[in-house]
Design a protein around this ligand. Structure first.
Ligand code: SF4
Ligand code: SF4
Length: 239
């Protein structure tokens, strides 16, 4: 017969380390109901799901948790926590598990996108000059070829606009015309908006990489540009 697990002698180092950073994460309150798992898009990948993760954490199975690649397929959507009757902060747990890995050993795609964003202002590595050229070029095409939009206004770094809008960098790099529909809506409702040239891309892979420093740098540069240079009161994040 298998020996019973003695709860008071479990070594739960990982759980305690995460609780140091997220004191209200409530891992001990898990009812094992599985509601988190029912709505999780990453359930069953790599044989893992959020309910199982919390069980393993509470049983001190740190090594198994840390070596599983499941932590990288979580989309950080937060659905598990919203559904959880005990409000257990699973995304913060996963973030902290990711952050324990050596930065250079984290997945290349996410790492590269984070580094490109820090270096160039967008995860796709598009320079701000290229972004501005593409945006103005596509806007000109729309003014010329789309009846009803002859006076469409699209600007970059216009000082004093009512709102600053960021832009996922995939569109200007791979499908520039896909930016047009949103511009047309903004035009039709009379929105007063501009793109920023600094940290203009709306994505932030440093968050998914669990790179606090990179994540903060991107946001700070963006906010400083909006506040100090553009002097706009409102930001709309399109991501
Ligand atoms: S929904 Fe909350 S209480 Fe239920 S299994 Fe998931 S973490 Fe535990
Ligand atoms: S945050 Fe991660 S674990 Fe939670 S539901 Fe989304 S994908 Fe699943």
């Amino acid at each position: 017969m298998a020996e019973a697990i003695k709860i008071d002698t479990l070594d739960v180092e990982l759980k305690e380390a995460v609780l140091d950073k997220v004191p209200d994460a409530n891992f001990d309150l898990c009812l094992t109901c599985g509601t988190c798992t029912g709505g999780c898009p990453a359930s069953e990948q790599f044989g893992m799901d959020p309910r199982k993760l919390i069980r393993m954490l509470n049983f001190g199975m740190d090594e198994e948790i840390l070596k599983s690649d499941w932590k990288w397929v979580c989309s950080m959507c937060g659905r598990c926590q919203l559904a959880c009757p005990m409000n257990i902060n699973i995304p913060k747990l996963i973030y902290n598990i990711r952050a324990r890995m050596v930065r250079e050993k984290r997945p290349k795609g996410i790492l590269g996108s984070c580094d490109q964003h820090i270096r160039t202002g967008s995860a796709m590595g598009a320079a701000k000059e290229d972004f501005e050229f593409t945006v103005l070029d596509v806007a000109e095409e729309i003014r010329e070829d789309h009846p009803g939009f002859e006076d469409l206004e699209v600007t970059v770094d216009r000082v004093g606009a009512q709102m600053v809008l960021n832009q996922n960098s995939r569109e200007p790099v791979t499908e520039p015309e896909e930016m047009g529909p949103l511009w047309k809506i903004l035009h039709l409702v009379g929105a007063d908006w501009t793109y920023p040239s600094v940290m203009w891309a709306g994505e932030n892979y440093c968050m998914f990489l669990a790179d606090d420093e990179g994540w903060r740098y991107i946001i700070e540069e963006f906010v400083l540009h909006v506040d100090n240079n553009l002097k706009s009161p409102l930001v709309v994040n399109t991501e």
